[in-house]
Every structure is written in C-alpha cells, then in structure tokens.
Ligand binder design. Structure first.
Ligand code: HEC
Length: 120
C-alpha cells in the first residue's frame, strides 16, 4: 500500500524536523526560564532581604549561590525554608519566609534556574 508508506514517510520527516527545530532553541529556552526567574524574584521582592549584583539587601548576598548550592538545595530554601534555616543553623533575622511554596511550580522552577545561573 504505497499510500500508507507515503503517509508514514511524511510523518517521520515531520517528526525529524520537529526534533531538529526543538534541539536548537533548547538553550534559548533556558535563557527564557532564567529571565522568568529574574522576573519572579523581583515580583516576589526577594531583594528586600537578598543582594544580587549590588542590588537589594546586603544582609544576604546571593551572588555565586549557583556555585554554592545544588538546584535541589536552592529549591528547598524556597519551599521548606524553616527546615533549611535549621539545617544551616542560620540565625539571621528576619528569617527566610515560608510562603513561597504557594507559588506556581513553574515560577519556583524558574527561580531555581535563575539562582543556579548566578555562578562565581
Ligand atoms: C524576610 C527576608 C527574606 C526574604 C523576603 C527572602 N529571603 Fe531568602 N533568605 C533569608 C535569610 C535570612 C536566609 C538565610 C541566609 C543565611 O543565613 O546565610 C535566606 C536564604 C536564602 C537562600 C539560601 C542562601 C545561601 O547562601 O545558602 C536562598 C537560595 C534564598 N534565600 C532565596 C530566596 C528567594 C528566591 C526569595 C524570594 C522568593 C527569598 N529568598 C526571599 C531571608 C529572606
């Protein structure tokens, strides 16, 4: 049935094209995620307590946090800050608030991507 074969060939070609197109913008996708994380950081006013690139509160600099913390620990600071404050024996006041776990998962992922991009 040559007609089916033609269809199959077409859909395979389509899939290959989609893969090729998908591969290149993967990096651009990361950049978009980092940019979104930056926007969430500003919108959530993390800078009230944190310093990045000279902007914000000098008490808690986050420059280089992408080198210091794993993505998992960065996320843990955002969603379970009380536990992380205890584990890190942090005595800084006010402590990291426990409210960001209510953020949409995509915003949390974007925040983590942004913070992980802050390498020293
Ligand atoms: C009310 C103040 C406050 C706000 C607002 C705040 N944090 Fe924090 N955060 C802290 C304190 C205090 C620590 C503990 C720092 C320490 O002891 O070195 C901390 C720790 C962290 C850490 C771990 C830093 C490290 O060097 O180990 C990350 C990551 C972090 N915060 C991200 C965020 C993000 C993202 C936001 C916004 C969504 C935010 N924080 C909002 C106070 C705050």
């Amino acid at each position: 049935m040559p007609h089916t074969l033609v269809k199959l060939t077409r859909s395979l070609a389509g899939a290959a094209l989609a893969l090729t197109l998908g591969a290149a913008p993967a990096l651009a996708g990361d950049e978009a995620l980092v940019q979104r994380g930056k926007d969430v950081y500003t919108a959530q006013k993390c800078q009230m307590c944190h310093l990045i690139a000279g902007k914000g509160n000098k008490m808690n600099p986050l420059d280089g946090v992408g080198t210091k913390l794993s993505a998992a620990d960065t996320k843990a600071w955002i969603v379970t800050p009380a536990e992380m404050t205890a584990t890190a024996k942090s005595t800084k006041k006010p402590p990291m608030p426990a409210k960001y776990d209510k953020l949409p998962a995509a915003d949390i992922d974007a925040l983590v991507a942004y913070l992980q991009s802050l390498k020293k």
